[in-house]
Design a protein around this ligand. Structure first.
Ligand SMILES: [Zn+2]
Length: 385
């Protein structure tokens, strides 16, 4: 067991406008037709496959219809051979007493949309002392049995994957062992997203011991670089996570990743549009807009070598007192980003094309591009193994 785990990205409708004009902040086109996925903008897809959760798809009627009409590969605009896993997205119904989907319905959905792998209908167990712990454990097991029985009867072309839930190493291992006994050749462990690395390895190791070496294992929501060597040792077949992507705009100071360090993106928000400056008007708005435009001009000048770092930092510092009033200053983080200029050393197609704009924290087209870059960096680390 020496192969590296395959990296899947969960689909959350992550698209950007390929023709976006950064200088004037104008969109070239909007929506699925006009916008592009990370795998369409980078030289190669920055992942081995995609995970599509039913609850996420169902958030929009348009997406649901597109998925049915074009199939999942058509809707994601990937080649028919590109691996796509379908699951229900148990996090989306964690509050419900029982899952909102039945096995027959979900098999029909995986088949109609052309998924390569389909995961049985599971129910998350939030903690060991959760009141419905045993009920959810039983539901997960019964659904796995029903799913496999129906799969044998209907023989759809996708590979059935048994979803395993639990609350400690023993409960995961015991259910995994029963599912392997049912005849599953691939199992996916859920509920690990918030667990410590130590706990994840303990659970995965117990499961591996219980099911033997021939069963493929997928870990939901877990793609942590420091863990990769251990995952190889445990023969983990695949993992998924969108956290590198999402840190680009959800992280406080770790928005732009490189192999060696994480950097803080430079906030240059749009006054009067959203956030703390949404309600600015009159002179206050004009002053903020002045600092915003000066920040953009100076950072581009700095990138070209025409503006000294001190001059840029002075403007960014003035602007920060407005948009981050009372908050913790990020100026020391900004200085580090600007000194190292990580976008100048990145070989990804996003940084090559957008340059310093990728390091600016401002709107979907910069922030999500930075997320695509982060995903690319993460995948490079997978590929190095
Ligand atoms: Zn890059």
């Amino acid at each position: 067991m020496t192969a590296r785990p395959r990296y899947f990205i969960p689909d959350w409708d992550d698209l950007v406008d390929p023709g976006y004009d950064f200088l004037t902040d104008t969109a070239h086109g909007r929506g699925w037709d006009q916008e592009r996925y990370a795998h369409e903008l980078l030289d190669q897809p920055p992942y081995d496959g995609i995970l599509v959760s039913k609850v996420v798809e169902e958030k929009s009627k348009k997406r649901r219809e597109r998925l049915r009409r074009l199939g999942v590969h058509g809707a994601l605009r990937v080649a028919p051979a590109f691996p796509v896993i379908g699951d229900c997205g148990a996090f989306g119904y964690i509050e419900e007493k029982i899952p909102p989907y039945g096995s027959a319905e979900i098999i029909d959905y995986y088949t109609a949309c052309g998924f390569d792998f389909g995961v049985s209908v599971d129910h998350l167990i939030p903690s060991a002392d959760f009141p419905d712990r045993d009920l959810r454990y039983r539901i997960t097991q019964e659904n796995a049995q029903e799913f496999l029985t129906l799969h044998r009867k209907l023989a759809p072309p996708f590979t059935p994957v048994g979803a395993v839930q639990g609350w400690d190493a023993d409960s995961y291992a015991s259910l995994a062992s029963r599912m392997a006994g049912m005849g599953y050749e691939m199992l996916a462990l859920g509920g690990l997203v918030r667990a410590s690395t130590e706990t994840i390895l303990e659970i995965t190791s117990a499961v591996r011991k219980a099911v033997g070496n021939d069963i493929r294992l997928h870990l939901f929501g877990v793609a942590r670089v420091p863990m990769l060597e251990d995952l190889i040792r445990l023969g983990v077949w695949s993992v998924d996570s969108a956290s590198a992507l999402r840190r680009a705009w959800m992280g406080s100071t770790d928005n732009y990743h490189t192999r060696d360090a994480d950097y803080c993106a430079i906030r240059i928000p749009e006054p009067g549009r959203r956030g703390p400056m949404k309600h600015l008007e009159g002179d206050a708005l004009r002053r903020a807009q002045g600092l915003e435009q000066m920040s953009l001009a100076k950072i581009r000048g700095y990138d070209r070598g025409a503006v000294p770092l001190g001059e840029l930092l002075a403007v960014l510092g003035d602007y920060e007192t407005i948009y981050n009033e009372g908050g913790k200053s990020r100026m020391t983080h900004y200085e580090r980003t600007l000194r190292d200029m990580p976008w100048k050393h990145c070989a990804c197609a996003i940084c090559r094309k957008a340059g310093v704009e990728v390091a600016i924290f401002r709107g979907n087209n910069r922030n999500r591009r930075r997320g695509f870059h982060n995903t690319w960096v993460l995948f490079e680390q997978f590929r190095d193994l």
